[in-house]
Design a protein around this ligand. Sequence first.
Ligand code: DX5
Ligand code: ZN
Length: 219
Amino acid sequence: MSEKLIAPSVLAADFANLQRDVEMINNSDADWFHIDIMDGVFVPNISFGMPVLRDIVKHASKTIDVHLMIVEPDRYIQKFADLGSNILTVHYEACTHLHRTIQAIKATGMKAGVALNPHTSVHLLEDVIQDLDMVCLMSVNPGFGGQSFIENTYAKVSALKEIITRKNASTLIEIDGGVTNKNAKQLVAAGADVLVAGSYVFKSDDPITTVKELRKLVN
Ligand code: DX5
Ligand code: ZN
């Protein structure tokens, strides 16, 4: 079985001590930086934008996994590539021509991901799954950190894993929202590859140990 990945979400970091928190993740057992970009239109919240990402990238020494919660993501694909994103994930619900968007992301050299809101069926991705490097299953309604995990996610992970296997694809399954030590093992058992964790890591007393234990739990 391939190794499972932990991606702390910088949304839960202390923005007044961002360099400190980025370096803390560099020095932890985490695999990726998960970066949440919100526009206040696709989701009812605004997070941070390009200048902040640019400064995160300056200090980060791990894969940069950017999750765009914005309308018309096509307008910004090249910009995020130039800023140093390694993986760019757009929302299914924000893309009218998803196939074209996926190809545009890959043309920049970034890996392409698609995120699904809790109400969006994984079966809608059957015809593009082979083109996708990653599917991000939202296990909360996007927009805020610190929300409770939606239990139906386990069933979605299993259904998506079945599609990936049947289509002989190598797509990773990422879970985003409310991930803790309470659900991590069951998510991985259902087929998850990447666990995003915001509050659970950054709001803990000892984030380094929290990441280490989460990693141990799933590998
Ligand atoms: C939610 C974001 C998540 C969020 C996760 O809209 O996409 O990445 O930061 O935070 P927690 O782990 O606190 O639910
Ligand atoms: Zn996210």
